[in-house]
Design a protein around this ligand. Sequence first.
Ligand code: MLT
Length: 411
Amino acid sequence: MAKINQNYMQLQGSYLFSEVARRRNKFISENPNASIISLGIGDVTRPLPEAVLSGMHAAVDELADSVSFKGYGPEQGYEFLIAQIIGNDYNTRGISLETDEVFVSDGSKCDVANIQEIFSLDTVIAVTDPVYPVYVDSNVMAGRSGAYDKTANRYENIVYLPCNAENNFIPSLPDKKVDLIYLCYPNNPTGMTLSKEELKKWVDFAKANKCIILYDSAYEAYIQEDDVPRSIYEIEGAKDVAIEFRSYSKTAGFTGVRCAYTVVPKGVKAYDEDGNSVTVRDLWNRRQTTKFNGCSYITQKGAAAIYTEAGKEQIRSLVDYYMTNAKIIREGVKSLGFEVYGGVNAPYIWLKTPNGLGSWQFFDKLLSEANIVGTPGVGFGQSGEGYLRLTAFGSRENTETAVERLTKISL
Ligand code: MLT
């Protein structure tokens, strides 16, 4: 008899973005003439940059020739890409990394979900609340969450760090023992950032308590302000306590192409049952070589092209395009009297729902009255209740129309 992994029974409902899509599709089937604008899931809409396409086309041609053909590539990624990553994304900011500390993959979602596998099942995880649901759900699947408390909308063994308007979306350090801390900055879903001083508190805390920080930096390319840290390794000592995740999805329009990378410095240690330290990088390497066959050559050639002068210029204009959308949404909803956060260093705008409406209530209202799909804040955690997230990843036309439509809803 095939038995299921009982931990899956602890998962709540469906994955957030699947539920949003389900409600949208139901609305469309009942209102086939409605013209829906989706500002829900953070999925890009602009085509791939020209430099990326040229890189990919050239790679396709190489694969057509028996001399330059490639089969399996290195599970960790091709050196031509890793060299560009280290040189451009780190060395330019005074951060040194070794080639074997960088792991190219097919997405940060997979990496942030898979990394927990190498830690013990009694590891206590801490997450900000609201939070990108993958961090929580992957730990539920593994069996670390404990039971789900329906009233609290939380798992009993997970440590939640509330982020809301009252604390300016800055999480407090945990007041109990934790082992793994998930931080995502610029933040998904709130669009807020942490200053260097705030981030240093976390690095110091992790050092003092032998914790590891899992730092999701997927939205780093959207940072506009000079003093906002782009990498956790800008903080002294972070290479001993932090793993960093970066993605080309939002940076270069790769949500459908799939390419990302994870940095696991050799200084990051975890402990075996006897208290001996183990290099986490070696375990991640072991995991990846066993379960992953690398990201495709064509994709990695496309990613490497981002680092050419033309590529850099093109992704800058891609980011500018979406950040102009963010400004349009932010200023538009602000002028309508909404309390609004984020959207300055991130492509997400986090707004307080009007008149005390619950997140899903406001989601339904936006869908039915303005035909706009957002993402209900409570879907990211209990502290997101009473908020809704809009993304800046739509087309300019849709973004402007959405703001225009918002003026018409009854508040
Ligand atoms: C989001 O909307 O939060 C993101 O698109 C999710 C993701 O990147 O997986």
